[in-house]
Every structure is written in C-alpha cells, then in structure tokens.
Design a protein around this ligand. Structure first.
Ligand SMILES: NC(=O)c1ccc[n+]([C@@H]2O[C@H](COP(=O)([O-])OP(=O)(O)OC[C@H]3O[C@@H](n4cnc5c(N)ncnc54)[C@H](OP(=O)(O)O)[C@@H]3O)[C@@H](O)[C@H]2O)c1
Length: 318
C-alpha cells in the first residue's frame, strides 16, 4: 500500500497505536486524527520521517473532520468512550461522530472504511454505549455500504483498561468486586489480533461490506478473569459478589468522579454476555486463525503488579 494515505481517528489510543504501527510497516502514510495531536507524537518513530502525521480533528467539528479525510484513500474510526463527560457524550462521539466521519469520507469518494464497534452494539440497546455504537454502525453503513465493521469483545494488551485497572486495585484493596455475582461471560481478544483484523478489513477485498465479531480462543466469566488476574500477579484477594442493585447505586455515585471507575451504563452493559455470536463472521474469516490467549500474554505485562514488583523472586503472598 506504498503511497496510499489512511486517516485513523483515535489512532493514539490503546488499540490505535498497534494499528498505526502495522499500517506504517506496510507502507501506508498515516494521519492520526485526535483531539490532542501532541499526545500522539509518540507514534512518529513508528514510521519513517513524515510517514505518521498527528493532526487535530475533534469528532464534534465538521470542518476538522472533513479536513482530516480530504485526499485520503481510506479511513478508520477507532474513537469510542466508556464514560461520558463534558462535550464527550455517547451521542456526540459514537453516534453522530461516526456519522460525521463516514459522511465526510463518502463525500471524498472513499469506500475503504473500517469502523470499530463493539459486541452488543444495538440501536435498540438499553445501555447508551451499546445503543450509540449500534446507531453509529447503521449510519456508517448507510453512508458507505462497503464499510467493514469490527466488533471486539474486551481487548487485552499492555495498555489495556481492564486487567491493568483491576491489577492496580488489587495492589491496594483487600477485595475485588464481582459485579452481579461475576457471571457475565467475556471472550477477551488480544490487541495485536484486533490490529491485524483492522489491517485485513482495510486491505482484503472479501471483507468489504461485512461485519465481524472479534473474540479470543476462550470464554471466561468475569469471576474467572479476576481469578486469572490474581494468579498472574500472585496476590490473594477476596472476590466479593456485588448484587446488581448495589452495583447500580455504586455506579450512580462513582460516575460523578472524573475518569470514573464505574458508571451506571457500564453496570447495564455487564448484564449482557460479551461473546462472539454463533453465526457471526470472526477473526478466522479475516485470515487470523490462531488468536492469542490471555493466559499467554497477560503475564508479560502484569508482572509489575506482583508483590515486590517484577524483578523480585516470587512466592505466593500469604
Ligand atoms: N478497549 C477495549 O476493550 C474495547 C472493546 C470493544 C470495543 N472497543 C472500541 O475500540 C475503539 C478503540 O478503543 P481504545 O480502547 O483504543 O480507546 P482509547 O484508548 O480510549 O482511545 C480513544 C482514542 O480516540 C481519541 N478521541 C477521543 N475522543 C475523541 C474525539 N471527540 N475526537 C477525536 N478523537 C477522539 C483519543 O485521542 P484524544 O484523547 O487525543 O482525542 C484516542 O486516540 C473504541 O471505539 C472502543 O469503543 C474497545
């Protein structure tokens, strides 16, 4: 793809940095469209001089979004939020933001478009996250029928929000919460596999116009994931079941904090299993046949949460 330009909205985020790196290796010129381009400068060494260009394009601004896609050959939308705050509402970012990008791309004649959604996306969904992801998908498809939609389950990797957050909590707290009893099922998928799926979605002609659900090789309950985490960081902590009603009350309070650890909407999301549907197209349909298991990957980045850190000889904490 030498000589071609792709605009990646949200390219500086957790998943975005892996996508940027892969596309730069494959010869794409990469525009990284974000609110804070300075915070995307760390991406520049992943390419040759001038190959990776951070630029400011807030999804709330028509002018900035149009400028970001002008003259590009392909567009990827990775922007999503887990909690609303200020101008970052679910409507503005995941629904109208996705629409704005897709319509700007369509106006430029761009038909190579990858939209990152999420398992559970549903225009009629009860959780705002799921509902706006679903509406975003619909509007992207309406603007660009050839768009490829990728719906990951929970994504893990060195900069992830899930394992790192609970590992940090386990360092300080005597117990971890099993929201709703910890029975919700997940199919965690490795960030490198998600990035490979994005590249395949962009470059494979047989992916055009299709939706794929991305999950790793195993399904775990929320409780099993926390047990795996605690084994990995060699800490013993109580796992305390939190009934849904109490979790909702906690979410209502905690969502008042900046960067809230839990919101009501997230509790609502946790009421649904987050696994690849039986009839969905998957990673395998994108040529990724052996996705990575989290047992293999998470010890490589969670060691630092072990008692004494990563360089101390370890025994289980008593
Ligand atoms: N991580 C997961 O487990 C997971 C699971 C399922 C689906 N997904 C989806 O995958 C996508 C990427 O997730 P992620 O974990 O990589 O997210 P992330 O780390 O939070 O990154 C979000 C990116 O979007 C940019 N951004 C945020 N608001 C913006 C706005 N209004 N205008 C322009 N850019 C904006 C951020 O940069 P600035 O702050 O500089 O703007 C950042 O580059 C999201 O759509 C998410 O819903 C993630």
């Amino acid at each position: 793809m030498a000589g071609q330009t792709v605009t990646i909205f949200g390219g500086s985020g957790f998943i975005g940095r892996y996508v940027v790196s892969r596309l730069a290796d494959r010869g794409w010129t990469v525009r990284v469209a974000v609110r804070h381009p300075r915070q995307a400068h760390f991406l520049k060494p992943l390419g040759n001089v001038g190959q990776i260009v951070p630029l400011r394009a807030r999804l709330q601004s028509d002018t900035e979004v149009r400028a970001a896609v002008q003259g590009a050959d392909a567009v990827i939308n990775l922007v999503g939020i887990l909690a609303a705050g200020g101008p970052q509402t679910f409507e503005a970012v995941q629904h109208l933001g996705a629409k704005r990008i897709a319509e700007a791309a369509a106006a430029e004649g761009i038909d190579r478009f990858v939209q990152i959604s999420a398992i559970g996306a549903d225009p009629q969904g009860e959780a705002e996250y799921a509902r706006t992801k679903g509406l975003g998908e619909e509007l992207v498809r309406a603007a660009i029928p050839e768009a490829v939609i990728l719906r990951p389950s929970i994504v893990f990797g060195p900069e992830d929000g899930f394992f790192n957050r609970f590992a940090a909590m386990a360092r300080l707290a005597p117990a971890l919460p099993l929201i709703g009893g910890g029975k919700t099922k997940f199919q965690p998928v490795y960030v490198g596999d998600v990035a490979d799926a994005v590249v395949a979605g962009l470059e494979r002609s047989d992916a055009r116009g299709k939706t794929f659900e991305l999950g790793g090789p195993h399904i775990y309950s929320f409780k099993e994931l926390l047990q795996l985490l605690l084994n990995t960081i060699r800490r013993r902590r109580l796992l305390v079941p939190v009934p849904w009603a109490i979790a909702y009350a906690q979410g209502s309070l905690l969502q008042l904090l900046p960067d809230p650890p839990l919101t009501r909407d997230q509790v609502k999301l946790l009421e649904q299993d987050n696994v690849v549907a039986a009839d969905a197209l998957t990673l395998a349909d994108l040529g990724i046949d052996t996705p990575h298991a989290c047992e293999v990957i998470i010890p490589t980045y969670l060691e630092r949460y072990r008692p004494g850190g990563r360089f101390v000889p370890q025994t289980p904490e008593g």
